[in-house]
Design a protein around this ligand. Structure first.
Ligand SMILES: [Zn+2]
Length: 597
């Protein structure tokens, strides 16, 4: 905690005793060996036989698999959670490393299941997938089979796996090392990227301008290396997609996300079709900041407003009340994080920054970590992570193979929980200036996930296509594609300088996880559209919503969402969420008039 007042979150620590008493608990050692023993027995019983099993045997296989995965997951969660609050303790670091290595060995023993099942003859696979005895695992059976046309022979797979260590993975790590080593210049001192990026949020324009110049200068110094890495990985992806017969650069990602290409196209079309909302907002922001021209480094400038503080107790009450008004069951589950110590909120040296929810395993319960400092953002973070917590808790009954949703719907409960709390906090606030500042932050947060990520998806599309059709790209061509796709979004509302052209080059997602970024937009807009549905027809919505959460990842996202009146392929559906964002810009304009700004 910095030198501000106490929040009441001091000493609020989770109790990991539900998993193990401590890192020295003898049960922990015994469970590590037990997991290995069971995995060996599992492999001895089923390896080479998966395709020929009867439905009854297959059900037995799943039960055995789930038990092993639960045990391994519990060990992994304990080691990770214990390290998270005291990452400067070498004993906890060593335990985490050891459990991670054991976990990786455990997975290698079990991986034959996925491969044998994907390669099982069609007739046998269809018979098992249709058997009522295996209904609980049907979605896993179906989704794992989808990879069949894209898998190579076992020996080819082994070669690709082996060579990827010195191929794509090595280039990806090289990017991290090169960019991690850059020292940007800040007031004569060498600083890491996070420091200059944070300066882009300064109120003083001169500081923002200097931060932008410093970022560009640092990136310029490594542009040849970054360009080479990017080209190599684009080519690697193209050859991988070719070998695996994926029709387009995004197809493999969509498949992992359990979303078809048409749905992603509908999302992208809807979002790019409403870029006018972005331009309208930044024209308002320019006026609010009193500038003649809004430059790229002015985008994150804050509005001045007194921030109020929320104690830990207030924050708990706000979140639980907002949850309860939506559905009592949601508040009931969230309350257990406080009363049974499933949440860690204290801020101290050695604790990991940020916030997360660890779903842990079905046989235990989720844990939430936050660093609570009492700002309204912190209240929202508590709401966000407890949304994940409620989701994970409700989905436990599906078992470890099917509890988790794909990336695209993973943020459903968290963003929804945040929305409930934001609406509450916003309604309580009476000061028009403070309200405006809150709303502006909320709008910019929404834009960062909805519009910015889709603009980045357009950049990815452009560079993958350019590499596949026209060969290697120069730094200038990457920058041109970046500026084109960013300008399409901002229109004439923000002046993007030539320097800004190089800012594609520090974003790690393009390098590490091609195609990833649209999932943020998907998740955020899905929740906004659900919120619009809830407002328009609240009757029975909350119950159906909880059923959706409890389903976890046990069916296709579009099937699970149907009962909520959602058709993901319908551009009109996405338009609803975008309409909500537009409504927030309307409100900001009207608050601007009220605040006399
Ligand atoms: Zn989240």
């Amino acid at each position: 905690m910095p030198d501000t007042a106490k929040t009441g979150a001091e000493g609020v620590a989770w109790n990991l005793g539900d998993l193990y008493a401590s890192g020295a608990d003898p049960r922990l050692e015994a469970d590590l060996d037990e997991a290995d023993r069971r995995a060996d027995a599992f492999a001895a019983a089923y390896r080479g036989r998966v395709a020929g099993l009867s439905a009854k045997e297959m059900a037995g296989l799943f039960a055995g698999y789930e038990a092993i995965a639960d045990l391994g997951g519990k060990l992994g969660s304990f080691a990770f959670l214990s390290w998270s609050t005291q990452s400067d303790d070498p004993a906890r670091g060593a335990l985490l490393q050891r459990v991670t290595e054991r976990g990786s060995r455990l997975r290698q023993k079990l991986v034959f299941l996925d491969i044998e099942w994907a390669n099982a003859p069609e007739a046998a696979a269809a018979r098992l997938a249709a058997d009522p005895l295996l209904k609980r695992w049907r979605h896993w059976l179906v989704t794992t089979r989808r990879y069949r046309p894209h898998l190579l022979s076992e020996s080819e797979e082994k070669i690709l796996q082996e060579k990827s260590v010195t191929g794509a993975s090595a280039w990806s790590r090289f990017f991290d090392e090169v960019h991690g080593a850059i020292r940007y210049e800040w007031q004569g001192e060498p600083v890491p990227a996070q420091v200059v990026l944070a300066k882009l949020q300064e109120g003083d324009r001169e500081l923002r301008r200097a931060a932008a110049a410093s970022l560009t200068k640092g990136l310029r110094a490594v542009e040849r290396t970054t360009t080479y890495i990017a080209n190599t990985l684009l080519a690697d992806k193209a050859s991988d997609d070719g070998l695996r017969k994926y029709p387009g650069w995004i197809s493999a990602r969509n498949m992992d996300n359990q979303i078809d290409d048409a749905t992603v196209e509908a999302l992208v079309k809807s979002v790019t079709g409403r870029y006018d909302i972005v331009a309208r907002y930044y024209r308002l922001k320019r006026r609010l900041l009193g500038l003649d021209e809004l430059l790229d480094y002015d985008r994150y400038a804050p509005l001045p407003a007194a921030e109020r503080q929320y104690s830990w107790d207030e924050s708990r009450t706000i979140v639980l009340d907002a949850y309860r008004r939506f559905h009592p069951r949601m508040a009931e589950i969230a309350a257990r994080f406080f009363s049974e110590r499933w949440i860690d909120a204290d801020v101290h040296p050695g604790k990991r920054g940020g916030a997360f929810c660890d779903g842990c395993v079905p046989s235990a319960h989720p844990y939430v970590l936050v660093n609570y400092l009492g700002r309204s953002d912190d209240v929202m973070t508590v709401a966000h992570e407890l949304g994940h917590g409620v989701h994970d808790y409700l989905a436990r009954d599906r078992g470890i193979l099917l509890a988790h949703t794909p990336l695209t719907t993973a943020e459903t409960a968290s963003i929804f929980g945040e929305t409930l709390v934001f609406n509450d906090l916003f309604a309580r606030e009476r000061d028009a200036k403070v309200k405006l500042a809150m709303l502006v932050r909320e709008i910019e947060g929404g834009f960062a996930t909805v519009f910015r990520q889709v603009a980045m998806n357009r950049f990815e599309e452009a560079m993958h296509t350019a590499r596949r059709t026209g060969g290697e790209l120069t730094t200038a061509s990457f920058s041109r594609l970046w500026l084109e796709t960013q300008r399409a979004m901002f229109g004439d509302s923000v002046t993007l300088t030539d320097d800004y052209g190089l800012w594609w080059s520090y974003i790690p997602h393009f390098i590490h996880t091609p195609g990833y970024v649209y999932a943020y937009s998907f998740g955020d807009l899905l929740v906004r559209a659900l919120t619009a549905r809830y407002r328009a027809a609240p009757e029975g919505f909350a119950d159906r919503y909880l059923t959706l959460l409890a389903a976890g990842g046990s069916d296709w996202p579009h099937e699970l969402l149907k009962p909520l009146g959602v058709d993901l392929r319908d551009p009109g559906f996405w338009a609803q969420g975008l309409g909500l964002l537009e409504g927030m810009v309307d409100e900001a304009e009207s608050l601007t008039r009220d605040a006399g700004a």
